[in-house]
Ligand binder design. Sequence first.
Ligand code: MN
Length: 198
Amino acid sequence: MASRLARYRSKRDFRRTREPSGKPGGVAKSQALRFVVQKHAARRLHYDLRLELDGAFRSWAVTKGPSLDPAEKRLAVEVEDHPLEYGDFEGTIPAGEYGGGTVQLWDRGYWAPLPGTSAHEALKAGSLKFLLEGERLHGQWTLVRMKRDREAGKRNNWLLIKHRDRHARENGDALLKNDSSVASGRRMSQIAAGRGAR
Ligand code: MN
């Protein structure tokens, strides 16, 4: 476990950022696997998708955000695992620090690999089909690793794709117009101004 978060910790100075360091036992165990999506106004705006697995969050930076349109494949760059405490993080990472910028809890809930499949094997194989039950994202999704990257073995570029189900929409980006935190109700500008935190 400690080694899974080594990359996360090595990138951050916890005297400067208020992001969690991920101490063992920091988050109570839950029956279902949690997921969060954090809207992150770093150098470029993106949406971080985090799926709980084995006591930490596997994480992907989705450059344009998730789309409800199955025809829209969204680049999802796999990044370092994050501690489960990160699922409660909202605030501003100081400029100059890793990931400097404002973070908003844009969605949260539970996820599961499709029944009868193993998340570990699917991730290893580079094709994970899963279900989301969040406040904004629902239904079936797929993360598929791009072949090119599998072979190069460098950065792991994946595609996030909505499956055709009753939660799919033609106007796949309409949902992204929601600029309120599912945790605090705050807009990005309010979080950036440090107002209204609970
Ligand atoms: Mn990010």
